[in-house]
Design a protein around this ligand. Structure first.
Ligand SMILES: Nc1ncnc2c1ncn2[C@@H]1O[C@H](COP(=O)(O)OP(=O)(O)OP(=O)(O)O)[C@@H](O)[C@H]1O
Ligand SMILES: [Mg+2]
Length: 199
């Protein structure tokens, strides 16, 4: 059994806490702390589908299975880190930063563009796309890519879109339109970034 330390805590959302894997600093362990396991189960079954399809993993962390921990069952994923080894920050953090220099703004807007293209190209279905569930993984001081860490999969009662590509793409287009609006709204204190996003 894996023992999780408070010192390895990375972050939490409404349902899960995320810890650095004590035996491998490139991995994280996510524990459900509120609500039931149904969301996690759905996520894992969609992951299985993506693994079978052999997707590229350039915008999603890989999933490495479930392990036993002192806090209960833990889902193991790649931990998103920047080029300097620091755990990456969320897109929400960067969008609400008022003082980013122009090179950084252009890196973020480039990353957003690439993320949208890849989500669509690889037909990866999501629930609401929220900047708090997307990490900006910096590959250098002024460049990076976005990695989606939550709300992956299909919550429809009959998830037919997961199996029919044109329906999946239609759904993804809708999610991306909403996401674009959210991103613009969240970056309202950073006019330079908004400019990069619109151009
Ligand atoms: N793979 C990862 N790499 C780095 N940090 C991560 C990773 N997964 C999660 N985190 C951190 O842990 C936090 C919580 O994770 P997550 O969003 O999966 O929890 P959640 O409870 O399902 O969220 P929500 O409130 O959106 O339902 C994230 O906001 C992020 O800071
Ligand atoms: Mg979350």
């Amino acid at each position: 059994m894996i023992l999780l330390n408070a010192s390895d805590f990375v972050g939490k959302g409404l349902h899960r806490e995320c810890y650095i894997h004590p035996n491998d600093e490139q991995l994280c362990i996510k524990i459900v702390v509120a609500g039931d396991l149904s969301e996690s189960k759905r996520e894992q079954s969609y992951y299985k589908l993506l693994q079978k399809r052999g997707i590229n993993w350039n915008i999603l962390p890989r999933f490495h299975g479930v392990i036993e921990t002192n806090m209960g069952a833990g889902a193991v994923f790649d931990l998103v880190r920047d080029f300097d080894g620091k755990v990456s920050r969320t897109l929400e953090y960067y969008l609400s930063c008022e003082q980013l220099d122009n090179a950084e703004n252009s890196g973020i807007s480039q990353a957003i563009r690439m993320f949208k293209q890849e989500l669509y190209r690889q037909s990866i279905i999501t629930m609401t796309l929220s900047p708090k569930n997307i990490m900006y993984k910096k590959a250098g001081p002024y460049e990076g890519r976005l990695i989606l860490i939550d709300n992956i999969g299909n919550s429809d009662f009959i998830p037919i879109c997961s199996y029919i590509d044109c329906l999946a793409k239609k759904k993804i287009r809708r999610k991306l339109l909403r996401f674009e609006q959210t991103v613009l709204k969240m970056s309202m204190h950073n006019k330079n970034l908004q400019q990069c996003l619109i151009n």
